[in-house]
Design a protein around this ligand. Structure first.
Ligand SMILES: Nc1ncnc2c1ncn2[C@@H]1O[C@H](COP(=O)(O)OP(=O)(O)O)[C@@H](O)[C@H]1O
Ligand SMILES: [Mg+2]
Length: 391
């Protein structure tokens, strides 16, 4: 149809072709003159508005189909953007307004309005329009789904944040409880140690003295002397057992000579009992430094548990305990050359967990450096426990 268009000279033929184009398009198309009256409208456009084309021709289009907004407030003609095409001589595209049907209902419309020019002057406007109800509905549904999703995400995030806070608080409470239980346990141990020392220790000593006295009074009664010697031996053993128990409960050396001597004694005992060579490397700067009761007992218990683990699991030949100062911070490590292990370890084992909790309670951190076949090194770092020490 278009191929021969430029050859057509007859006005009627042009008209026919143009009419065919206008009628065939699915979009509504109409034209208005400078007074806003309809000078043509295609079938599709008229039927979208509920009219026949003849019913629309000559009518003022703004008042017929574009008089009000969707909320039924009036749209004054000087606000009408369709008119802008000829009042301002330039085209507009609009998709946020409605057009009104003959039956008083309206539909969401998209329209474009362009000036019609004749011999250089604007003589009217041509408007193409479409019913975009479905598109708007889809957009609304999409926006609602999006808003819903956003709301759900916000709610979930708030829930998760609350749960996370709750968990953190429980965690902190548990940590405080664990630290409290540790100090209660140590205090209890001190009490028991004092009671055993004062009551049992004194009674055993008195018993030894009495038995000795009896032995000397009985003179030559060979049978009885033998018996009394055996009793004295048993008394000695009991005294040693009491001393050992007391030392386990509360290492006296820790109170009297401080952490470093207590650790040295612990290592010597461990070496003698397990046949594992032990070395203690203590930096000179901190040799005479006391750390406070809480920190000293915690570090002592940590090293005690590390050594128990070495004896129990490591199959090691040597152990090196090192203490260094890093500014005011203390760095303590216990390294063995045993079988090593995979880290991180299961959180179900309480020895390592207890060490970590004790370190955290002092505001420090504990690291386990190990791999199968490569030995194990437990590192403890405590901040600001070495007052006045420079490394
Ligand atoms: N020095 C070590 N060498 C090798 N394995 C170790 C060492 N210390 C700990 N482990 C491993 O870590 C696990 C957890 O230790 P721990 O928490 O003290 O629990 P437990 O000693 O009661 O098994 C041990 O069972 C052992 O497998
Ligand atoms: Mg253990």
């Amino acid at each position: 149809m278009f191929a021969n268009l430029h050859n057509l000279s007859h006005h009627a033929a042009w008209r026919r072709q143009l009419e065919m184009i206008l009628e065939s398009t699915g979009e509504g198309i109409y034209g208005i003159d400078l007074t806003g009256r309809c000078i043509f409208i295609n079938e599709a456009g008229a039927s979208m508005l509920g009219y026949t084309p003849d019913e629309v021709l000559g009518r003022p289009m703004h008042y017929l189909i574009h008089h009000s907004h969707a909320d039924e407030t009036l749209m004054p003609v000087h606000d009408c953007r369709i008119y802008k095409a000829f009042t301002e001589g330039q085209g507009v595209r609009v998709d946020d307004e409605v057009l009104w049907r003959r039956d008083g209902s309206h539909f969401a419309a998209e329209y474009a309005s362009y000036p019609i020019r004749d011999h250089g002057g604007v003589v009217g406007a041509v408007v193409t329009f479409n019913d975009i109800t479905d598109r708007k509905r889809t957009e609304t549904l999409l926006r609602e789904a999006h808003d819903l999703l956003e709301r759900r995400v916000r709610e979930r995030t708030a829930d998760l944040t609350a749960a996370h806070d709750h968990l953190r608080q429980s965690n902190e409470s548990l940590r405080r409880l664990s630290a409290h239980l540790n100090s209660v346990r140590e205090e209890e141990r001190r009490h028991i140690a004092r009671d055993i020392h004062d009551d049992l220790g004194a009674a055993l000593t008195a018993l030894q003295l009495e038995t000795n006295w009896l032995k000397h009074r009985l003179g030559d009664e060979a049978n009885l002397t033998e018996r009394l010697d055996r009793m004295l031996d048993i008394g000695d053993q009991a005294m040693q057992a009491v001393r050992r128990i007391l030392n386990d409960l509360r290492p006296g050396v820790l109170d009297h000579l401080g952490l470093w001597s207590a650790l040295e004694t612990l290592l010597l005992d461990f070496q003698a009992r397990n046949g594992i060579a032990c070395r203690f490397v203590c930096a000179e700067t901190i040799e005479h430094c006391r750390l406070g009761r809480e920190a000293e007992i915690a570090l002592y218990r940590i090293v005690q548990e590390v050594l128990t683990n070495v004896a129990r699991h490591a199959r090691a030949r040597t152990v090196v305990l090192a203490a260094e100062a890093e500014g005011g911070n203390l760095y303590l490590s216990v390294a063995d050359d045993g079988c090593g292990m995979c880290v991180p370890v299961q959180p179900t084992s309480f020895g390592l967990l207890g060490m970590r909790e004790r370190t955290l309670a002092l505001g420090g951190r504990l690291d386990i450096v190990s791999a199968p076949g490569e030995g194990t090194r437990i590192e403890v770092r405590l901040p600001n426990v070495l007052v006045g020490v420079t490394s």
